[in-house]
Structures are given as structure tokens and as C-alpha cells.
Design a protein around this ligand. Structure first.
Ligand SMILES: Cc1ncc(COP(=O)(O)O)c(C=O)c1O
Length: 382
């Protein structure tokens, strides 16, 4: 049976070169030691690999190596950013949006709870405008003197819509609030420069860009220094911001993935865009609503709702296409996507929302097969 993977926004396969270098950092013959072992050459070599990887991953986002804190992924980076910043305050206000990833929404909800030592923070959840975007004006209107943190994503995981983070940072230029950006879906898909964007903290991860799962990083601006309180204690690794033995093989895998992205980003963007647009061209006449923004969208995302069919049945019938309804991280829930609902998409269309996401290994044949499958299934269901 032909099976086509169109769920690159959920995760990507690990590139061969990445798997190779990871394998070289595991066994006795390889660079396996604990990078924190200071008393022997094995440890020094592992440390060297980790520090060289730190330089590479920093470069991917225009940061310096001393601004990278290794984490287990974007979920942990988001937790560390939000909790780690707010721990420095007794109370205050956070601005985020209703279409963030659950790793932000659940963390913000936790910060609201009165079980915290000081009784919780206020959170403003901005709603997307009629174009499905969060814009600087909204942030400007929501700002309060006690706003401590603004946390907004670069690329929405369900829609692919891109937030203009640079404009938002300008709104904050005369305010003490820090700007955190969840860029899990942006790294490897778009050019990113933390300085140009004006962010203070940024979450990234490897597994959306052909690196391994279970490794990510938090960018923490160095000058002027942003103070992040550690959330995982023990050992004082990562300059006291995140303890735990570093996973050398994951870290070098992340760096290799970053190298491959940097070598080829323009080509990859063009490849993704061409295939995504080919898919849209092939289905746009089929009674379909485009939920993703037409232009301000990541080149590999296409979120659509098909009219006149039951979403669950449609997805089940497209068994030869690996696609996602809403976010894969919420796939246990059958509630319509909260992101599409926030966009004002009616329940039945929100239920019929499908996210297609293409990537490095997608071919024109894959897209043509997907189009013919969608046509076949829609004909049968309608
Ligand atoms: C926007 C966004 N943030 C955070 C995450 C969580 O990342 P990780 O899987 O590395 O914990 C994801 C993954 O789906 C995501 O798309």
C-alpha cells in the first residue's frame, strides 16, 4: 500500500547524516563520555562536541553560544522561559494568545493558579484577527505597567501562520516586559535572527528540522542579561539554568541538523513552497476552505476544511495519507481544533480541518498521489 507522509509539522524523519553522527557519540569506540567529566580526556572530548554544537545551533538563530541552554525540547523550553522568568516576580501580567501551542497555554494557565506561592499571575489571551494573525497593535493595547512577559509563537503549528515578532518587539521597546517566542515550527523553515527580531527568549527544538526528538534549546539573551530561574535542580549544569547530564548524541544530532538547514535553507523553502502550492492548486476547486493565511504562512503548511463531509470520516478514509487533524499533540481529543475555533471557523468545518505539511523528502509524485486520493475519497463520501 502506498503511504505518503504529509505530517512534517508533527515531526520530521532524522536525516541520514544526523543519524550517522549520533551513532558516533554512543558506544565505547565513539565519543560517549559525560561532557561534565572534568578529570579525563573522554569527558573533555564530549564537552568539546557539546560546545561546538552549541556554536552551530546558536548560529542557526543568530545568537551567540553563551545564549543557548540545552533542554529536552520546545515544551521544556517554553516551561523554562515562562516559569523561569516569572519566578523573579511576586505577581504581574502575561500576554499570550489563544492559538499558542498547549505547552504555552497550559503553562500560562498554571501561572494563573492561586496555588502559586504568591497567588498567581493575570494572563491576557489575545484572539487572532480576521486574518488569523496576532498583530502588534493588539499587544500594545493589552500592555499594562505590570506586564512581565509577552509570549507569542513565530509559526502556528496548526495553520502555519507567521507572527510578525519584530513589530511586536518594537511595541515593547520602551517597556520592561520581556518577549519570548516559541519558534518550534519556525526553525529550519524560515530564516531566524533573534537580534533582528528583538526577542529576549526563544524556544526551539530539533525534531521539526530533521534532528532527533528529545532535544531542544532555550535562547536566553545575554546583553543585557535576562535572568531565568532554573526549574530543574541538581548539578547546576547549563550555567545554573537547567541541570542534568547533557545528551551528547542528541546535541550533536541537533547541530548536524542545523548545519544541513543553514547550507540549504533557500532551496528548502522553495521546495516546500512549490509542493505546498501544487497541493493547493490540485484541491482548491474541491469545495474547500483555506484556513492557513495566503501569504503570511510558513512555506510547508496548508490547513484546509473540506465542506460537506464529516471530518472524522474524511480523515479515516484518507488512510494512505499521513496528515493531521489539528495538532498531533492533541490527537487524543475529538473536540474541534481550538485554533480553528479561535479563527471563527464553524464547528462542522473546524471538525473537518486537515493540516498537510510537506518537507525535505516530499516529492511531486507524493503530492499528485495525495490530490488523487483526496478527489477519490471526497467523491465517495459526498
Ligand atoms: C509551536 C510548538 N511549540 C512547542 C512544541 C513542542 O515541542 P517539543 O515536541 O519539542 O516538546 C511543538 C510541537 O508540536 C510546536 O509545534
Amino acid at each position: 500500500m502506498n503511504l505518503v507522509y504529509l505530517d512534517y509539522a508533527a515531526t520530521t524523519p532524522v536525516a541520514e547524516e544526523v543519524a550517522d553522527i549520533m551513532a558516533q557519540h554512543l558506544t565505547l569506540e565513539g565519543n560517549f563520555a559525560n561532557p561534565a567529566s572534568r578529570s579525563h580526556r573522554f569527558g573533555w572530548q564530549a564537552e568539546e562536541a557539546v560546545e561546538s554544537a552549541r556554536i552551530t545551533v546558536a548560529k542557526l538563530i543568530g545568537a551567540s553560544n553563551r545564549e543557548i541552554v540545552w533542554t529536552s525540547g520546545a515544551t521544556e523550553s517554553n516551561n523554562l522561559a515562562i516559569k523561569g522568568i516569572l519566578e523573579g516576580f511576586e505577581s504581574g501580567h502575561i500576554i499570550t494568545s489563544s492559538i499558542e501551542h498547549k505547552a504555552i497555554l497550559d503553562t500560562c494557565a498554571y501561572m494563573e493558579t492561586s496555588s502559586l506561592k504568591h497567588g498567581g499571575f493575570d494572563v491576557t489571551y489575545l484572539e487572532p484577527n480576521e486574518e488569523g494573525l496576532i498583530i502588534a497593535d493588539q499587544v500594545s493595547q493589552a500592555l499594562r505597567p505590570d506586564t512581565r512577559l509577552v509570549s507569542l509563537m513565530l509559526v502556528n503549528n496548526e495553520l502555519g501562520n507567521v507572527t510578525d515578532i519584530k513589530s511586536i518587539s518594537k511595541v515593547l521597546s520602551n517597556h520592561e516586559a520581556l518577549l519570548h517566542c516559541d519558534a518550534a515550527q519556525g526553525t529550519g523553515k524560515l530564516a531566524i535572527d533573534v537580534t533582528d527580531m528583538g526577542v529576549d527568549l526563544m524556544s526551539i527544538c530539533a525534531h521539526k528540522m530533521y534532528g532527533p526528538k528529545g532535544i531542544g534549546a532555550l535562547y536566553v539573551r545575554k546583553a543585557p542579561e535576562v535572568k531565568v530561574h532554573q526549574q530543574i535542580h541538581g548539578g547546576g549544569h547549563e550555567r545554573g539554568m537547567r541541570s542534568g547530564t547533557l545528551a551528547t548524541h542528541q546535541i550533536v544530532g541537533f547541530a548536524k541538523a542545523a548545519d544541513l538547514v543553514m547550507e540549504n535553507l533557500d532551496v528548502e523553502i522553495a521546495h516546500n513552497r512549490q509542493l505546498r502550492d501544487r497541493l493547493w492548486l490540485g484541491i482548491e476547486e474541491l469545495g474547500v476552505q483555506r484556513n492557513s493565511h495566503e501569504t503570511q504562512c510558513s512555506p510547508n503548511h496548508l490547513n484546509v476544511s473540506f465542506t460537506g463531509v464529516d471530518g472524522e470520516i474524511l480523515l479515516a478514509s484518507l488512510a494512505q495519507l499521513a496528515v493531521s487533524s489539528g495538532s498531533a499533540c492533541n490527537s487524543a481529543s475529538v473536540a474541534p481544533s481550538y485554533v480553528l475555533k479561535a479563527l471563527g471557523v464553524p464547528d462542522e468545518l473546524a471538525h473537518a480541518g486537515i493540516r498537510f505539511s510537506v518537507g525535505r523528502y516530499t516529492t511531486e509524485d507524493d503530492i499528485d498521489f495525495a490530490i488523487s486520493e483526496i478527489k477519490r475519497v471526497l467523491l465517495a463520501l459526498r
